[in-house]
Write a protein that binds this ligand. Structure first.
Ligand code: ZN
Length: 374
């Protein structure tokens, strides 16, 4: 890509230029670092009619100008006859003026879009508007990367529920604690820092009441070098409201999911339907989080909560931090409690497995295969 520099003339038929500038729009989008929720992360680039970069921008956070508006403002009159690259379909009508209108008004000749906007207020309406105005509109350049970048947003807009990540830390022999219940710390400092990064990118964190009773976590995000880390909504599943008022998680920005009404200091108690065994029904809980504009949920355990989410098919992605240690013991717990599956054919399968070194540990990630036969 070294030969592709701003200022070089381009033609409509040079696919490497489209790949280059679409990738640049994706990089711009990521600069928002997940702060745009409940909006998507979007970056936009404007080239003038000779192919020179004349404007760029990204959506910073909900309420701020859209990426396309920023790039067009920066380009001014130089956008006339030019090309706009954007990683998500421009909005068509739900704000005024919409980005599609702004692109048409700016007199752009060509628009290159990575993916359709799954939001039902758009879903092709932006592209239709551009094409109706005679703008050459290309869709699908770097689509996989664009979908991955906004996977939280896509899941939320398609299902009304947050994208669910499940995270656990274990020894190489699959134990999350010793037989006496000691679990601090199985994994390294590097893994724990990465865990805070995970909290930062998610809109909400969820733990079961047992985890709160044992560890008394604060469930806040601490990031070095980031003055104001995003603080996700803290969700505690506590069917019978056993939580103590003195627990550190009880406070503002906490939702306690219970099966009965009650009060718990500054935390909000929300009553949900119960399962047959008296636990909070997780699907209505996810629906409620989705209604509140929560795009992503990080489930941090414990093993009963993880097992419930996995067995109900509610997890989208697994983050397993694996330490190079062996704990052993029939009584030592593993990441998933519950009853588990009876047959191997019913095991939940992961796809797109990835492994990264974090200090002495390995971080293994994978997407839960929704097409499993069970
Ligand atoms: Zn827009």
């Amino acid at each position: 890509m070294a030969d592709i520099l701003p200022g070089l003339p381009h033609t409509d038929t040079d696919p490497s230029l489209d790949l280059h500038w679409s990738a640049h729009a994706l990089e711009l989008a990521l600069q928002a670092d997940y702060a745009t929720s409940p909006n998507p992360m979007v970056g936009a680039v404007v080239l003038d009619s000779s192919g020179t970069l004349v404007g760029e921008g990204f959506h910073h956070r909900a309420g701020d100008p859209h990426a396309e508006q920023q790039a067009l403002t920066a380009a001014g009159d130089r956008a006339l006859g030019g090309t706009l690259y954007v990683n998500l379909e421009p909005c068509a009508s739900h704000r005024s003026p919409s980005c599609a209108d702004a692109i048409i008004d700016a007199g752009l000749r060509r628009v290159v879009i990575s993916m359709l906007d799954p939001d039902q207020r758009v879903r092709g309406a932006g592209i239709a508007k551009l094409r109706a105005a005679g703008i050459d509109t290309v869709v699908g350049i770097h689509e996989e990367r664009a979908l991955r970048l906004n996977e939280f947003y896509v899941k939320h807009r398609l299902t009304g529920r947050p994208f669910v990540s499940a995270k656990f830390a274990m020894s190489l022999d699959g134990k999350i604690a010793t037989r006496s219940g000691e679990s601090r710390w199985i994994t390294s400092e590097e893994s724990r820092l990465h865990g805070h990064r995970l909290r930062h990118i998610h809109d909400a964190i969820l733990v079961g009441v047992n985890t709160v009773m044992v560890d008394d976590p604060q469930l806040t995000t601490r990031l070095e070098g980031v003055a104001a880390a995003r603080q996700p909504l803290r969700v505690v599943v506590d069917s019978q409201l056993r939580l103590r008022m003195s627990a550190r998680v009880v406070g503002p920005n906490t939702l306690i999911a219970a099966t009965r009404a009650g009060r718990m200091g500054a935390a909000e108690v929300v009553k949900f339907p119960a399962t047959t065994d008296g636990r909070v029904a997780l699907q209505p809980l996810l629906d409620e989080l989705g209604r509140r504009g929560i795009l992503s949920l990080l489930v941090e355990g414990g093993s009963t909560v993880h097992a419930s989410f996995v067995s109900e098919g509610l997890v989208d992605k697994i983050y397993a931090y694996v330490a190079p240690s062996l704990i052993g013991g029939r009584e030592a717990p593993s990441p998933l409690g519950g009853t588990g599956v009876e047959h191997l054919a019913e095991a939940v399968r992961l796809r797109e497995l990835d492994a990264t070194r974090l200090g002495a540990d390995l971080l293994i990630t994978g997407y839960v295969d929704v097409h499993r036969d069970s």
